[in-house]
Design a protein. Structure first.
Length: 439
């Protein structure tokens, strides 16, 4: 299921209403059956309850680009998004989804979206429409047990994937201020592209805005990665992976750029497989989290998509670092094979041009397709990793430059499958083109 949504249609100026529009659209797309046309009527206030077809109703799902495949997910009993909303509700609204994992030890994959834990509907919410996303696995379909012990609990797994949060990973860290990474995933801009199948969920902000608080240039991937045959023999290691990319900043840093994968590993020097799978991650939050979650670069953080590190106050010290200096429970960088630091168009306030390639069949210049990779390379816990499914990074540069080689909405063939071209970025001078599987 590949769709476009706009949570602000129909005059939805109320931030609570926009958050609900966003959650309901995601739920409808992720749970849609093959061949169907999901629809969600826009609400303008939290207590409104229109129906599609009634006077003044507008569909939040503005376009169904492809519906050959189902959304791939089922809503659990923990989902509390309904047609009417209580303005005094004292916990986050959430869409909790599940599907089979193919792994006997943890039979269910989980994916949850919820509103801000610190600014609930019964309090001040007007400037905090954060949507928090989590993924993981569980032994039950609902968000009970160790997957989500409390709706307000935010965490990433501890070292080696142990601790109370071993069963889930919060894809975009959230706090109670607009300066934190959560401000990159909020329904205040116009158009979003949403793709959902049984293997992945992709969401990206297509609107342009010079403000870095309106989610411009944001991309989220939650899904599976490709695996090696030795991984497939274990029943406790669903190959989960996620990427958040913040394309709105001029510097190498990005307040919301981070990545995760859950994997078994083996010891590089002996070839012996380690006893338990674990979460591995790269995290860059532009705030106080980087020293704890990234490794201590004297207060510096690292961008998982380019390998660049930065200080909280960007300066000439921004540069690329060798991945061997990473320590702890971290993933390999750079993640975008073949491109490295050129993943991001914005770098030191100059436009980085990632150009077209020649189609070997036609000889025509076309956008490239760079896989996004997940891997862990450490001599005691190694995993060569795999690639994101249904998503490739392509060109970068100004919108004028990009449109010399693609037309918005154009489809390209990658490995015998159709891919939809979509560019993101907070203004026309700094755009990144991605290719999203169309099916």
């Amino acid at each position: 299921m590949l769709c476009k949504i706009d949570p602000t249609v129909g005059g939805a100026t109320d931030e609570k209403a926009r958050a609900i529009n966003f959650l309901r659209a995601i739920q409808a797309i992720c749970t849609a059956s093959a061949g169907s046309t999901p629809s969600v009527p826009s609400i303008t206030t939290p207590t409104a309850s229109p129906a599609i077809g009634t006077a003044g109703s507008v569909d939040v799902i503005t376009s169904v680009i492809s519906n050959t495949e189902a959304g791939g997910w089922t809503s659990s009993a923990s989902t509390n998004v309904v047609s009417n909303y209580n303005a005094s509700f004292d916990q986050p609204y959430r869409v909790d989804l599940y599907r089979d994992s193919g792994k006997a030890a943890f039979p269910y994959r989980k994916m949850t979206f919820r509103t801000n834990r610190d600014y609930l509907f019964n309090g001040s919410y007007s400037t905090y429409p954060f949507i928090i996303a989590s993924h993981g696995f569980n032994t039950v379909t609902t968000a009970s047990g160790l997957y989500m012990p409390a709706v307000g609990n935010m965490d990433i797994p501890e070292t080696n994937g142990t601790g109370t949060m071993r069963y889930k990973y919060d894809v975009n860290w959230a706090d109670d201020t607009t300066t934190n990474a959560a401000n990159l995933f909020q329904p205040r801009v116009g158009e979003w592209l949403v793709a959902s199948t049984d293997r992945y969920f992709i969401c990206m902000s297509g609107a342009t805005s010079t403000s870095t608080t309106f989610s411009p240039g944001f991309l989220m991937y939650i899904g599976l990665r490709t695996t090696s045959s030795w991984e497939d023999q274990y029943d406790d290691n669903p190959p989960l992976a996620s990427v958040c990319f913040d394309g709105s900043y001029h510097y190498a840093n990005g307040g919301g750029s981070n990545a995760s994968m859950f994997a078994r590993t083996f010891q590089g020097t002996t070839g012996v497989y380690n006893s338990n799978p674990a979460w591995y991650r790269q995290y860059n939050n532009q705030n106080s989290f980087q020293a704890n979650n990234m490794g201590d670069f004297a207060g510096f953080g690292t961008d998982p998509l380019s390998g660049a590190y930065y200080s909280p106050t960007p300066s000439s010290t921004n540069s690329f670092v060798n991945q061997q200096f990473l320590w702890g429970n971290q993933m390999q960088v750079p993640m975008c094979g073949g491109v490295g630091g050129l993943f991001r168009t914005k770098h030191r306030q100059n436009t980085t041009m990632t150009g077209p390639v020649t189609d070997p069949v036609t000889g025509i210049l076309v956008p490239p397709a760079y896989p996004i990779t997940f891997a862990r390379h450490h001599q005691t816990s190694m995993n060569p990793g795999g690639q994101a499914i249904g998503l490739y990074k392509s060109m970068g540069g100004t919108e004028t430059f990009l449109q010399r080689y693609y037309t918005p909405g154009q489809t390209f063939v990658v490995n015998n499958e159709a891919y939809y071209a979509y560019s993101i970025g907070n203004d026309s001078s700094y755009r990144d083109l991605f290719l999203i599987r169309k099916y």
